[in-house]
Design a protein around this ligand. Structure first.
Ligand code: GLN
Length: 305
C-alpha cells in the first residue's frame, strides 16, 4: 500500500503546477502550492501515508461536515433541513444568487458557504465561544487528535476580508433564515474554517464515517448511523460544490473539499482518505488532489457506483 501511495504522489506531482492557491483569503496565498500528500485510514485501524501527509493546513470547508453532524445531533435532521436545503448547487460555493431566487430563500445545501453559516447558527451553546469550543472538541475527538487548534493568522485574515460571507449572512438574517447575532455566528464560522489539520487527521474522520459513525480505533459510536448516512449522501451530491457530479463520475465516493487544498473522502465500509494539494481548480477544489483521488480510485476500485 505504501508503495502504491508513493507512486500515486510522484505520478501526480506535475499537477501541483497547474492550479492556483486561494488568494481571496490573503493568508492562504502564502501556502506552498507544491505540497502534495495523502493518507488512508482503514477500518481495520491501519494508516498509510505518502508525500506531505503530516503538513498542517486549514480545514476550511471540510469543517462543514463537522458542523452539519453537530447541528443534526443538537436539533434533529427535520429541523436542520427545514432551514437548509439538500439539493446540489450549480453555482460557486460563495454564491449569493440562489438565496434570492430559490426555495423561499433557504440556502440550497449545507456545503455551500450560506448553508454552512446557517447550519452553524443552529449548534447549541450558551454563547459563540462555547459553540466554537464544542466544534473544536468534536473535531479533536473524531480525528483522534487532542492537539488540534486553529491557525490564528488565517482566522484573522478570514475575519478581516470575509465581506462576502458577511453579505450572505446578513441577507439570510434579512430573510428570516438566520436567527441570532450575525457577527458572532460569522466569528464561529471563520474560526471553524481556520482549524488546522493534517491528512492523517482528516483520513480518520473519513474512516469514522466509512464505519457508519463508529470510530474504528476505539469502537466508540460518535454519531448515529443515520447521521453518518445523511452526511455521506450530502457529500456525494454537494461536497465538491458545482463539480460534485464530475467527481462522482470520475472518483465515485463521498468527499468534501476545502480552499486550504484538502479533500476528505470516505469509502463506505473500507476506509477514510484525505489528500492535500493547495493549488485549486476554477471551482475551488484541489486540482492535484482530484487527480490523486482519481488514480487511487481506479487502482483500488473505490467507486461506490
Ligand atoms: N473559509 C472559506 C470561505 O468562507 C471556506 C470556503 C471553502 O473552503 N470553499 O470562503
Amino acid at each position: 500500500m505504501n508503495r502504491l501511495l508513493n507512486s500515486i504522489i510522484e505520478n501526480n506531482r506535475k499537477w501541483t503546477k497547474e492550479g492556483q492557491v486561494a488568494s481571496y483569503i490573503p493568508e492562504l496565498s502564502k501556502v506552498d502550492s507544491n505540497l502534495l500528500g495523502i493518507c488512508i485510514s482503514t477500518l481495520g485501524g491501519e494508516e498509510h501515508c505518502a508525500g506531505d501527509s503530516d503538513t498542517k493546513f486549514t480545514i476550511q470547508s471540510i469543517s462543514k461536515i463537522v458542523t452539519l453532524m453537530l447541528a443534526i445531533l443538537d436539533n434533529g435532521k427535520d429541523y436542520v433541513f427545514s432551514k437548509v436545503g439538500m439539493e446540489p448547487t450549480d453555482t460557486s460555493f460563495n454564491s449569493i444568487v440562489n438565496l434570492e431566487i430559490k426555495d423561499a430563500h433557504k440556502p440550497i445545501n449545507p456545503m455551500i458557504n450560506a448553508g454552512a453559516i446557517a447550519t452553524v447558527s443552529m449548534i447549541a451553546g450558551k454563547d459563540s465561544e462555547e459553540v466554537f469550543e464544542r466544534i473544536l472538541k468534536f473535531t479533536r475527538k473524531i480525528s483522534n487528535n487532542p492537539n488540534i487548534g486553529i491557525n490564528d493568522s488565517v482566522y484573522k485574515s478570514e475575519k478581516e476580508t470575509g465581506d462576502r460571507n458577511r453579505a450572505l449572512a446578513y441577507f439570510m438574517k434579512g430573510t428570516g433564515v438566520l436567527d441570532g447575532n450575525v457577527e458572532e455566528i460569522l466569528n464561529v464560522y471563520f474560526k471553524q474554517c481556520s482549524i488546522e489539520v493534517t491528512c492523517r487527521d482528516l483520513a480518520r474522520i473519513g474512516a469514522m464515517l466509512a464505519n457508519d459513525g463508529i470510530m474504528p480505533w476505539s469502537g466508540e459510536r460518535v454519531v448515529p448511523r443515520d447521521v453518518a448516512r445523511i452526511v455521506k449522501t450530502i457529500m456525494v451530491t454537494c461536497g465538491m460544490y458545482d463539480a460534485s457530479g464530475k467527481f462522482a463520475v470520475q472518483i465515485g465516493v463521498p468527499a468534501k473539499s476545502g480552499v486550504g487544498g484538502g479533500i476528505l473522502a470516505c469509502v463506505p465500509r473500507r476506509m477514510g482518505v484525505a489528500v492535500l494539494g493547495p493549488a485549486l481548480d476554477e471551482k475551488g477544489n484541489s486540482l492535484a488532489g482530484i487527480k490523486v483521488m482519481e488514480e487511487l480510485s481506479k487502482q483500488l476500485d473505490l467507486s461506490i457506483f
